[in-house]
Write a protein that binds this ligand. Structure first.
Ligand code: BGC
Length: 260
């Protein structure tokens, strides 16, 4: 079976770098129009839009901070105006935040991680779902993390946001199922992108990270993007309300490999 998304209109948040960029390009290669949301670096969005158009599909560039509900509403109004709506939404925009223990962390910084990673996904999902439930078709895919399950020292906001995203996914899936709309999540492990550069560019940090990955290497953004395309397509027509882990086994407790 060939996996394709011909004629679909997909909005990807945080689409101008890392995993989001790989997702946007893979969607275009599968035949979908792609609306690229970004917040900084418009040149990168422009370059990706040109590559998308080179695949013979449409691209739209949408600058909006997903943590601002008004900006999100305006963004969806723009897609509605240009394309008449979206069929598929990928909530990818996210920030790790700065490593800090919870009793030392700056409160505004902690809140910002929740606002982007969790509230932002919710603001976008609710806008997208309005159209999807009316049309009785559509998919919302939330990019979560292995940290929806694994606690992460120094990153309490991030892990909390991703755990929240998991329950948000299940609850939205329950609400949307009878309207023919799927809502699911994909949880990447350690993927080689700018967000984790401080780890993979430091040999000692990288070798520590690799002990946590049974597969023995970091993931490539394309390995995430391929699974995103699959989960958005009809190949996954019976998958909803769950998180698919794409993590090289990171959630398998590798420290237990040789017994407890
Ligand atoms: C984070 C990465 C980290 C990975 C595994 C991801 O969610 O964004 O920075 O390497 O989890 O810990």
């Amino acid at each position: 079976m060939e996996i394709q998304l011909l004629g679909k209109r997909t909005l990807v948040t945080g689409a101008n770098s890392g995993i989001g960029k790989a997702i946007a390009l893979a969607l275009a290669a599968a035949g979908s129009d792609v609306a690229l949301n970004y917040v900084v670096n418009p040149q990168a969005a422009q370059e990706i839009a040109e590559r998308i158009q080179g695949q013979g599909v449409r691209a739209l560039q949408l600058k909006a901070d997903v943590s601002d509900p008004q900006a999100v509403s305006a963004m969806f109004a723009k897609v509605e105006q240009s394309w008449g709506g979206v069929d598929l939404l990928v909530n990818n925009a996210g920030i790790d935040g700065k490593r800090a223990l919870s009793w030392e962390v700056d409160l505004a910084a902690w809140r910002k991680v929740l606002e982007v990673n969790l509230f932002g996904a919710f603001y976008c999902a609710r806008e997208a779902l309005k159209g999807m439930v009316t049309r009785k078709s559509g998919v919302v895919l939330n990019i979560s993390s292995v940290h929806e399950r694994i606690p992460w020292h120094g990153y309490s906001a991030y892990a909390t946001a991703k755990a929240g995203l998991s329950m948000l996914t299940k609850t939205l899936a329950q609400e949307a199922a009878s309207h023919g709309v799927r809502v699911l999540a994909l949880a990447p492990g350690a993927v080689k992108t700018p967000i984790s550069q401080s780890v993979w560019s430091d040999p000692q940090a990288l070798s520590d990270l690799l002990t946590k990955i049974p597969y023995g290497r970091m993931g490539d953004p394309d390995e995430i993007a391929r699974m995103v395309v699959t989960l958005l397509s009809d190949a996954a027509s019976y998958v909803t309300g769950t998180t698919v882990f794409v993590d090289g086994g990171m959630t398998l407790y590798p420290s237990f490999e040789h017994g407890g």
